[in-house]
Write a protein that binds this ligand. Structure first.
Ligand code: RRO
Length: 310
């Protein structure tokens, strides 16, 4: 019922974690692997291990979250090692998220991945909002094209990009024109809405420490923006580039809406943080119930089929 075809593989479910949530350690990744998620993605990885920003760096409200983690991760070798072992146990491909700190680091990391035994999907994160002095790459259109040109000069494994949200039709057009020049497997929209501010009015204070309280917003706050980005890229990109929908998925209905907009896979961040890996069973059940009520037996029957008003 929930099978979804992605590139050359059929996952049992379109649901998975969003990079950054519940995917830092082998233990957490094991828990995702043993959940009802169809697959999982690692924390965005840098060449060397990073501590990230000072705490508190994550805060949640009824409507979502703010984070300024600052790319804490255990380093490239740790995740490559973990995934190499996992590959020997199962044929389900997983996603390796690679952070974009500098062009040179990027290329070096991707070259190692290209030469490794890794045979899953690579998600190149062009949209981390939380590292001081490193603007979100994918808001720089020329830089994005330069990076992708360099990457595809040697990288032959299936690769997609994680994008920040765009808010203007001209930007959807410009970014889609660039992405369509490359043999991308997928586009993942969206990363958190960068540099928002959540405050505590009683204390008259910000809620996280880094960057004077500014951080990436996730959860229900961002669903309309996420849906718009999924839809905008679904209608503009070459059909060979599939869409991963991320942003504001807390229920089966949210998942259904992302698929209607054109998503093939669905990533859950804030709600996974709140609820733990059992969120995947709940949302799978809810999505299945909605599909049954509507008479759908297969995701393909409604995927991308959002109607407009006459
Ligand atoms: O680690 C983070 O602060 C972080 C990253 Br790399 C990202 O891509 N998105 C986000 O919300 N936080």
């Amino acid at each position: 019922m929930l099978e979804t075809t992605f590139h050359d593989y059929t996952f049992q479910s379109p649901l998975m974690n969003a990079s950054g949530v519940h995917c830092m350690s082998a233990e957490q990744l094991d828990e995702l692997a043993n959940s009802k998620a169809g697959t999982f993605v690692t924390k965005s990885v840098t060449k060397k291990k990073r501590q990230g920003n000072p705490e508190p760096r994550y805060y949640e409200t009824n409507l979502g979250s703010i984070n300024s983690m600052g790319l804490p991760n255990l380093g490239f070798d740790y995740y490559l090692d973990y995934l190499d072992k996992r590959q020997k146990m199962t044929s389900t491909p997983v996603f390796f998220s690679v952070a974009s700190m500098s062009m040179q680091d990027n290329i070096e990391t991707l070259k190692k991945l290209e030469d490794s035994n890794f045979r899953g999907f690579t998600e190149l994160n062009l949209s981390c909002p939380n590292v001081l002095g490193k603007p979100q790459v994918a808001y720089d259109f020329d830089m994005t094209e330069k990076i992708l040109t360099e990457v595809f000069s040697f990288f032959t494994k299936p690769l997609g990009v994680k994008l920040p949200p765009y808010f203007d039709i001209a930007h959807f057009d410009q970014m889609a024109t660039i992405l369509n020049k490359f043999p991308l497997t997928f586009v993942n929209s969206i990363n958190s809405v960068g540099n928002g501010l959540i405050i505590n009015p009683e204390k008259e204070q910000v809620v996280i420490k880094p960057k004077e309280g500014f951080g990436g917003i996730g959860g229900q706050y961002i669903k309309p923006t996420a849906l718009a980005n999924v839809r905008a890229f679904y209608v503009r990109l070459n059909p060979s580039i599939q869409i991963i929908g991320t942003g504001g998925i807390t229920s089966g209905l949210d998942a259904f809406e992302h698929i209607l907009c054109g998503a093939s896979m669905l990533q859950i961040g804030t709600q996974l943080y709140k609820e733990g890996p059992k969120v995947f069973a709940r949302i799978s059940d809810e999505l299945t119930t909605i599909m049954k009520t509507k008479g759908y037996t297969d995701i393909q029957q409604f995927q991308g089929k959002l109607k407009t008003l006459e």
